[in-house]
Structures are given as C-alpha cells and as structure tokens.
Design a protein around this ligand. Structure first.
Ligand SMILES: O=C(O)CC1=CCC(=O)O1
Length: 96
C-alpha cells in the first residue's frame, strides 16, 4: 500500500542543543534504514519549509502507523497522510 506523508517539523527553539543533534542523527539513521529496506520509498524536502513529503510502501495501515509513531522527531511533527491509488494516465500502469 502506497502513502504520501507530509511531515511538518517544529522543534522547540529552547531544546537542548546536544539533544537536538542526537535526535536529528537518530532520525536520519531511522529513515535511511527504512529507505534501504524499501518501505520508505523516497523523501523530498518541501522547498522553503521545514517539511518533507515522503512516499511509503507498506503492507498495511498498522505498519505505516508503527513507522511514523517511532520517528525520533514524532513528538515535534504534524503529519498529513494521503493513501495513493494508481492514476489512469500513468504510462507505467499501461505497460504489461
Ligand atoms: O524533514 C525532516 O527533516 C524530518 C525528517 C524525516 C526523516 C528525516 O531524515 O528527516
């Protein structure tokens, strides 16, 4: 199942700098592990915003929830989640 997730990040300005550095490093490692595993298909920075749009390919809603809930930055994010369906004009969908 494919999902587009927009993550808006709002880290408190008074967060301890060492905690912030550690949390960002954990976030990167967590994301990159899931990218290598194929469930986190892509991640894009939204230009001019502390936000990303990511594509996930997961087996069900529970797995998506588990991934998002365990993001180190989860307490500092708001998310907008869109389930994706094949578009009838997608040239890749015509093949095969
Ligand atoms: O968009 C961000 O910076 C938050 C984030 C999610 C995964 C990651 O590595 O950073």
């Amino acid at each position: 199942m494919l999902f587009a997730v927009k993550m808006d990040v709002a880290i408190p300005h008074d967060m301890d700098p060492d905690r912030k550095t550690e949390t960002l490093a954990k976030e990167k490692a967590y994301s990159q592990d899931l990218q290598r595993g194929g469930e986190w298909v892509s991640i894009w920075r939204c230009a001019g915003q502390y936000s990303n749009i990511s594509i996930f390919d997961v087996k069900d809603n529970e797995r998506l929830h588990e991934i998002l809930w365990n993001l180190p930055l989860f307490p500092f994010m708001t998310m907008d989640i869109t389930p994706l369906a094949t578009h009838p004009s997608d040239i890749r969908a015509d093949q095969g």
